[in-house]
Design a protein around this ligand. Sequence first.
Ligand code: FES
Length: 85
Amino acid sequence: MSHSPVHRAGNAPVTIKLKQGEVYAWCACGRSSNQPFCDGSHVGTGLDPLVFEAESDDEVQLCTCKFTATPPICDGSHCDIEQDG
Ligand code: FES
């Protein structure tokens, strides 16, 4: 099934404090203006957010380049992709 291209929303991860038991929707399409979380802008792209529940109170680095192999956690892929300007 095809979908619209994923947009790179940022060039570095964002540090987020997760709360145990809280459900989060990580933007996978790169179009949200509320990075790194979904704001519904993916509608019509064929892409969906990654919804996950925090297993513990934890501080994590959430991906904004959208090319991580371990979504929603940054894996350093932003360092490997070409930077704009
Ligand atoms: S706005 Fe990007 S996945 Fe929802």
